[in-house]
Ligand binder design. Sequence first.
Ligand SMILES: [Zn+2]
Length: 82
Amino acid sequence: MPEVPPESNRPAPPERSAVVASPQPVCAACGGPRDPRKREACSDKCRTELSRRRRQDALRARDDEIRALLATALKKLEEGAL
Ligand SMILES: [Zn+2]
């Protein structure tokens, strides 16, 4: 088995929203340089920050969904009132 450079077998990052064409992997939380062997974040602190953001994003998406459903419900009510 020939030696494999460590970068070739690391899993692809699940999201690459910040910098797409950067040769250097960056931390998804602070945008700083990240160790390629670490996933997404450069430190525990940034990893915590990332999971916090994800939770907030999930909550926000849920709020948007509820808002859209309520708007639809209101529209239905208004239609019925005519
Ligand atoms: Zn970071």
